[in-house]
Design a protein around this ligand. Structure first.
Ligand SMILES: [Cu+2]
Length: 138
């Protein structure tokens, strides 16, 4: 009885781990913020240009090899690479395949980071994450 239960639990754990297996992407994939530059002093609204090399951009929901869509992380820690990226004021999704965004930011210091997500908004394997930059809005 105990053995059967243990096996059943193990089997269900294995299934749930497999169902969250990240979408593979080229190890050459690299995401970066083209502008503004790290340390820039800018005025709001701020246009952020998204750079991507070694992979392509595809809208959310599109299952195309070696592609993803951009997520802009604003004033927030790097998200959990094993889960779908949150969708809120600090985690903006560009599921239409956009490669830039214009955002309103209050005066002061802000951090920006890009994370590429797959068709289901989950980071790839290996994760494609930019450096975090800090800008000052005057
Ligand atoms: Cu997304």
């Amino acid at each position: 009885m105990f053995k059967t239960t243990t096996l059943a639990i193990f089997a269900s754990l294995t299934i749930s781990i497999n169902s969250f297996a990240a979408t593979p992407i080229s190890s050459d994939a690299n995401v970066f913020i083209i502008s503004p530059e790290n340390g820039a002093v800018v005025s709001s609204p701020v246009t952020v240009m998204f750079g991507l090399s070694g992979a392509g951009v595809a809208p959310a929901g599109v299952d195309k090899k070696n592609t993803g869509h951009h997520h802009l992380i604003i004033n927030s820690a790097t998200p959990d690479m094993k889960k779908a990226i949150a969708k809120d004021a600090n985690h903006k999704h560009f599921g239409g395949g956009q490669t830039q965004a214009t955002i309103d930011l209050k005066p002061g210091k802000h951090t920006l980071q890009l994370v590429l997500g797959d068709k289901g908004h989950v980071p790839h394997n290996p994760p494609v994450v930019s450096k975090t930059i800090e800008i000052t809005v005057k």
